[in-house]
Design a protein around this ligand. Structure first.
Ligand SMILES: NC(=O)c1ccc[n+]([C@@H]2O[C@H](COP(=O)([O-])OP(=O)(O)OC[C@H]3O[C@@H](n4cnc5c(N)ncnc54)[C@H](O)[C@@H]3O)[C@@H](O)[C@H]2O)c1
Ligand SMILES: [Zn+2]
Ligand SMILES: [Zn+2]
Length: 379
């Protein structure tokens, strides 16, 4: 029997990021009980995503510290705050960095997955006040409103998806970011059509999920591009028909794409977070109707291209969480996984524990994994 902590502060382990570009430290933290319309969850498993590394190691935004990172997770509801109607203790859940309140004008529109109640698009590091996690008397920022590098966390009811109790949490955690982002970039944001030709730039978990989305949408040709040839074998498993290493070519990669496809691809998806490659991805598209989707994340540089690239009918767009509305998308993709319609296990190359988080970060930094899933607490 597990102890009932509801209404009380829980002391537990979390990996705390005290400072920018420093190793995380496993600390004892206090997690407050959930307040009005909040839910406290026990994190069972979490993936480590490149976006965690971006904010920890690259983006130089010191206002984000101290914080608890992690946003690609699955867990179990421990207790609920007043006014919570959708969840009960014991429910299996996936926290959402893209909330879905179902009531705002954005949630009511089928045209977007943004919600006025906050999203990664509004992420500005000012959430210390609303954080429920403290360590040594200091509030820790809840990264993207989630903080899954902790045994327990508190999230808003509107930022939590209930999932099928049959779902293995150490696998479906990856649906909480990479799977939805990449797959949705292809099916929702690019709207890939049957018989089309696609190019996916960057073959991490997001890129591989994009390749899988292109295949599910019926693409005839899927060109997978990465400077790390070790990613190619997996790309073929996920549906790539061609693999290209830009370093094997003397011409710029967009010219290689245009020549390989007789004028350009119908759809391209950038899954790296590099503004130069975003431009190459756009310019790989066929004039007239080519669509290029930015899924990779950066806020350090601006994108640029010649206006003629767009005047000739290419379209440039981007995606957060693959355009999936948080709650709907997660339950849809968990169901698709259980029905064996999408692959998730194949993305997970390493399993570790929360204590080994710095090792997991090092693997990702050096491109030596697709996804590492950390076991955070036992069910
Ligand atoms: N839009 C969203 O909602 C969202 C969600 C999750 C992640 N992201 C972003 O998506 C991107 C990918 O995430 P990930 O976890 O798959 O990362 P990852 O680091 O595992 O994968 C990136 C891949 O790009 C390759 N690469 C790097 N430079 C390249 C280049 N110049 N040309 C070709 N390939 C190159 C790397 O070898 C690697 O395989 C990151 O920028 C991440 O922050 C965005
Ligand atoms: Zn992510
Ligand atoms: Zn909303």
């Amino acid at each position: 029997m597990q102890k009932d902590h509801s209404g009380q502060i829980i002391s537990c382990k979390a990996a705390v990021a005290w400072e920018f570009d420093k190793p995380l430290v496993i600390e004892e933290v206090e997690v407050a009980p959930p307040q009005e319309k909040e839910v406290r969850i026990k994190i069972v498993a979490t993936g480590v995503c490149q976006s965690d590394l971006y904010f920890l190691l690259k983006c130089m935004n010191k206002a984000l510290f101290p914080s608890v990172f992690g946003h690609e997770a699955a867990g179990i509801v421990e207790s609920i705050g007043p006014g919570v109607t959708e969840f009960q203790p014991g429910d299996k859940v996936i926290p959402l960095f893209m909330p879905q309140c179902r009531e705002c004008h954005l949630c009511k529109s089928p045209k977007t997955n943004l919600c006025v109640n906050g999203s990664a698009g509004h992420f500005d590091g000012k959430n210390f006040e609303s954080s429920r996690i403290t360590c040594k008397g200091k509030k820790l920022l809840q990264f993207l409103g989630v903080s899954s590098f902790s045994e327990y966390t508190v999230v808003k009811e509107l930022a939590l998806a209930k999932i099928d109790p049959a779902a293995p949490l150490d696998k479906v955690c990856v649906i909480g970011c990479a799977i939805c982002t990449g797959y949705g970039a292809a099916v929702n944001s690019a709207k890939v059509e049957p018989g089309s030709t696609c190019a996916v730039f960057g073959l991490g978990a997001v890129g591989l999920a994009a390749v899988m989305g292109c295949r599910a949408a019926g693409a005839k040709r899927i060109i997978a591009i990465d400077i790390n040839p070790e990613k190619f074998e997996k790309a073929k498993i996920f549906g790539a028909t061609d693999v290209v290493n830009p370093n094997d070519h003397s011409k710029p990669i967009h010219q290689v794409m245009v020549e390989m496809t007789n004028g350009g691809v119908d759809y391209s998806i950038e899954c790296i977070g590099n503004v130069e490659i975003m431009r190459r991805a756009l310019e790989s598209c066929i004039p007239g109707w080519g669509v290029s989707v930015i899924a990779g994340w950066t806020n350090m540089q601006d994108i640029s291209t010649q206006p003629i690239q767009l005047m000739t009918g290419r379209k440039w767009t981007g995606t957060l969480f693959g355009g999936f509305k948080g709650k709907d998308g997660v339950s849809q993709m968990v169901k698709a996984y259980l029905d064996k319609k999408v692959m998730v296990d194949e993305l997970i190359t390493h399993n570790m524990t929360l204590d080994q988080i710095n090792e997991a970060i090092t693997l990702m930094k050096h491109g030596q994994c697709i996804r590492t899933v950390l076991s955070v607490s036992t069910q």
